[in-house]
Design a protein around this ligand. Sequence first.
Ligand code: SIN
Length: 282
Amino acid sequence: MDDLNKLNHKIEIKPFTPNLGGVIRGIDLSKKLNDVDLTTVKEAFKKYQVLFFQKQSEIPPEIQVHLGKSFGPLHVHPAAPTMKGHPEIFEIHTHKDSKISNGTENFHSDVSCDKHPPLGTMLQLHILPECGGDTLFTNMYMAYDCLSENMKMFLQNLKAWHESEHIYKGRYSERGVSDKDILCPSSLHPVIRTHPETGKKAIFVNRSFTTKIDGMTSSESKAILNFLFDHCEDLRFQIRYRWNKNDMAFWDNRCTMHRAVWDYYPMERKGRRVTIKGDEPK
Ligand code: SIN
């Protein structure tokens, strides 16, 4: 039994793989959590980077919002369709008439184009395809740790642009969101960030939003970014999660990336996502 399981006998937490993820059972997210359970979840979040809460029932939207707020103020997506009456909830929904998937089909850290990108994301899925629709995650601490000392030094003070117009423009028009109503933020962030809670370093670039390393020629930037994108997707750092109905995943955008696989068309996949505001990456 590890320290977290000793701290809270009711909750069972097991590693998903040796390198990333924790599976949590014995906690009911459809009700407000008590302080002991919340502390356990906070500790597990730091330790495992992405948590999979299993054996859940559907979480009422206001409870999911309340749970998100226990980690900090909520982030409102600049472009995605939100739930009626709940602007903090992004409704994930793909079905037979969808032309695009929910998120981007590349590994990414959510909305990394924001000046203050989300700390974490809580996604519960209520409708699943019969098979497929897995989500992949990758460990960005481990990706950093596996670089050579020379490469770490080279990257240490670099910054990169994270942009979003190429992703968000027109993306959600079939879900009734006009380009007039959206924001397309862009921000300059360090290529290597230090996690504000664990103090560990992580690579912070991704194929979806990161467009250029500042102060480099286009070809230099492209070469370095392509190396980093490929490196971060090394199978050793990755996991692939197969969802059960009403599982909730809670991932740390500061030290993981994720990618949803849209291999289930024309089947339906639906859920609700809440993101928590983060700080400016440093
Ligand atoms: C996302 O990319 O944020 C959505 C993840 C998913 O649908 O599994």
